[in-house]
Design a protein around this ligand. Structure first.
Ligand code: GDP
Length: 414
């Protein structure tokens, strides 16, 4: 006869299959003794007895047999990760100069790394690669989001690759510091280039100040040139912050505009327009062709108002369609015409020397800033002083002066 014990301590029941006997009906002394015994044997008995839920007459919720729970800690966690081989600067440089893309990618990662030992190694690799660099056409490409930068880069890139070029696409994204993600230079946006063996695409370094990010891109250019890439695109978003940085690392600055946004009438982004060596109006297809032509005329007129550039080159305005691939040949004819022009008048070399000077000062500024802001004492002091300024207890100038004095004192003692 199957027998079950169930219920709470306040109401225990014997269940003889079809009939229950309430324990409170049994004389008192006997009940207490029985309850006491039941209490002690309950745990061991219950393990051996059948679950009441599985009784044919039970109408409550049933309990399914459980399964063993997976461990909460990954059992493979202690398995050693295969350490990436750390090459010497010479090995990296040799690999890059022989066109090894994996080595190139790893060296760029070193450039982007925040670790001091990586930084040192990266600088040695750059120094070794410098003599093999410098022999490419560097083109900056800017335009507001949606202007068609990635579509155009994909089309331009394939056009150049078909003519025998090797292309590297790099990017400077000033917004990525905040968003911690980078859209520019994103491979998924350049469908054809991303799978082509003669294209190397690298998204914008996402950490650090704009100056820091731009410096890393500039250093990456050196490595890409050493790896044999003869055309370098540096993509940026045309919102006015990063153009100066890009302008100071490229030979030709291309501004992508779209017809009908009204920019051409308002003359906004004047600073960017002044930097441009060529303005190209995208989406000149379908019903947009007329609007594109109108925008072309308006940009041409606007450019007449600007003083002649130092290069002596008068910027051109062209229309094209990145999506349909029309007008592409003309865009590149313009770029090559410019290159011949500035090489002939000596501006090309002058500009590159000026750019080297610019980057020397930028690197110094960046290093000083980083040394100041990453100093442990200054980091704590900054919080303190900032609060004092916010509470109007101290003027911003006095607070800054005090922190600088502390910093110089720390440096003197070093
Ligand atoms: P980005 O944000 O500047 O990189 O712009 P995208 O390349 O992502 O393009 C933005 C949108 O414009 C996409 O929907 C593209 O399909 C479209 N687009 C790009 N180029 C052209 C073009 O030449 N013609 C037309 N009609 N649409 C284009």
């Amino acid at each position: 006869m199957a027998c079950y014990i169930y219920g709470s301590y306040s109401g225990l029941f014997w269940n003889f299959r079809n009939s229950s006997v309430n324990l409170y009906q049994i004389p008192n002394a006997c009940t207490i003794d029985l309850l006491f015994r039941i209490h002690h044997i309950k745990r061991s008995l219950i393990m051996e007895l059948e679950h009441i839920e599985n009784d044919d007459h039970y109408i409550g919720l049933s309990v399914n047999k459980g399964i063993e729970q997976p461990p909460t800690v990954n059992p493979y966690m202690d398995r050693k990760r295969r350490a990436r081989k750390q090459f010497t600067a010479e090995e990296y440089a040799d690999g890059i100069m022989s066109g090894n893309r994996t080595m190139l990618g790893q060296a760029v990662t070193l450039i982007e790394s925040a670790l001091p030992e990586h930084h040192e190694l990266a600088q040695r690799v750059i120094e070794l690669c410098l003599p093999a660099g410098g022999n490419s056409i560097r083109v900056g490409i800017t335009g507001v989001p949606g202007a068609g930068k990635s579509t155009s880069i994909d089309t331009f890139g394939m056009h150049l690759i078909e003519k025998g070029s090797k292309l590297a696409v790099l990017a400077i994204d000033p917004s990525s510091e905040r968003s911690k993600g980078s859209i520019l230079g994103d491979k998924t946006r350049m469908e054809q280039l991303s799978v082509h063996e003669n294209a190397f695409i690298r998204p914008s370094p996402s950490a650090g100040s704009l100056g820091g990010v731009a410096r890393k891109t500039r250093e990456t250019i050196v490595l890409c040139e050493a790896a044999g890439f003869d055309t370098i695109f540096v993509e940026t978003v045309g919102v006015g912050q990063s153009e100066t940085a890009v302008h100071s690392m490229v030979d030709f600055f291309l501004l992508i505009q779209v017809p009908g946004t009204g920019d051409e009438l308002q003359g906004i982004k004047r600073g960017i327009m002044e930097m441009a060596d060529g303005i190209i109006i995208n989406k000149a297809d379908g019903s947009n062709i007329e609007k594109a032509k109108l925008a072309q005329a308006q940009y041409r007129n606007a450019l007449h108002l600007f003083p002649l550039a130092e290069s002596g080159w008068s910027p051109k305005v062209l229309t094209y369609s990145g999506y349909y691939g029309t007008g592409i040949e003309e865009v590149w004819e313009m770029v090559y015409e410019y290159m011949d022009f500035v090489r002939a008048n000596g501006y090309f070399d002058r500009k590159r020397i000026q750019q080297s000077k610019y980057w020397m000062y930028e690197t110094i500024n960046e290093a000083i800033k980083s040394s100041f802001y990453h100093n442990e004492i200054i980091e704590k002091l900054l919080v303190e002083k900032e609060n004092e300024v916010l509470r109007s207890e101290r003027s911003s100038f006095v607070a800054a002066k005090e922190m600088l004095a502390t910093y110089f004192e720390i440096m003197r003692k070093k």
